[in-house]
Design a protein. Structure first.
Length: 264
């Protein structure tokens, strides 16, 4: 059972304060948190800071243990981060790529255990047909699926995904979010996903965190937190939250305020 707590997290690039004393948590085991907000709001920066990839102040604790106090091997075994950029083309096959990245962070895990984990994740994601294909011969979306297999195979207690569906068609978007949510629930692990598709976020995330001006503008149950006022404030859009024929909330955007949103 994992828990996550973030206290006073701040990140600045030079003079630009991107995250300013940001707080959230405790996040309970099994939950997927959707991190949303306009371009440049700091979603990627938040995930990178939690991974330890950008200098930051404040504390990120997993199971009451500050991640900054862990050595690299321990941190890599507990946390996996999928960056926004797709895996680079390479002459390795998809299977070799996933195997070698797992091996790099789990030197002591027996080969048979790594292979079993790979087998399970390739099956779960439905990408067996890609296993023996070279990365430089895959499409962008296919490479994004391989990147997901890389992080899921490691079964991290904290899964950080930066726009993991950006290159995927409708089928694979649903497939990925279903797989991620099922995996987190089964293993009682925690996930954060930076995502622009607000309806996907609304449907699959347990909670949504709206970032603006370096802070958490709002955070709460996905079905409750979004309002027209919040969407106007966060994105500069006029939007409605309607209910679809299956009883699920759905966001419909009517127009963008052309003046307001230009402040990048
Ligand atoms: N390495 C960097 N050096 C300087 N500024 C940066 C750097 N990386 C990001 N920024 C700035 O920090 C701010 C937050 O960027 P970040 O990538 O975290 O936003 P984001 O919410 O993920 O945006 P997007 O939705 O466009 O991916 C932006 O204003 C960006 O220009």
């Amino acid at each position: 059972m994992s828990t996550l707590q973030v206290d006073n997290l701040s990140v600045r690039y030079g003079k630009h304060q991107v995250l300013n004393q940001l707080n959230f948590g405790p996040v309970k085991a099994g939950q997927l948190i959707g991190v949303i907000g306009r371009n440049g709001a700091g979603k990627s920066t938040l995930l990178k800071a939690m991974t330890g990839l950008v200098p930051h102040q404040g504390k990120v604790s997993l199971n009451q243990q500050p991640l900054a106090l862990l050595g690299d091997p321990q941190r890599s075994s507990q946390l996996a981060y999928l960056p926004q950029t797709l895996p680079q083309p390479s002459t390795l096959t998809a299977y070799e790529m996933v195997y070698s990245s797992f091996r790099a962070v789990a030197a002591n895990v027996p080969r048979t255990q790594i292979e079993a984990s790979l087998e399970a994740v390739f099956k779960q994601l439905g990408i067996h047909h890609l296993a023996l294909r070279r990365l430089d011969q895959l499409s962008g979306g296919q490479r994004q699926m391989v990147g997901l297999a890389q992080v899921l195979t490691r079964q991290p207690q904290l899964l950080l995904l930066d726009e993991p569906t950006s290159a995927l068609d409708l089928h694979w978007q649903l497939n990925v979010l279903q797989t991620v949510t099922q995996t987190l629930k089964q293993r009682q692990h925690i996930g954060l996903i930076a995502i622009h598709d607000i309806n996907l976020a609304l449907r699959f995330c347990d909670q949504l965190m709206v970032l603006a001006d370096g802070k958490v503008l709002a955070m709460g149950n996905s079905r409750e937190v979004l309002t027209s006022d919040l969407l106007r404030q966060a994105y500069g859009v006029e939007a409605r939250i309607e209910t679809c024929s299956q009883g699920r909330p759905i966001v419909l955007c009517d127009s963008a305020d052309m003046g307001e949103h230009a402040a990048w």
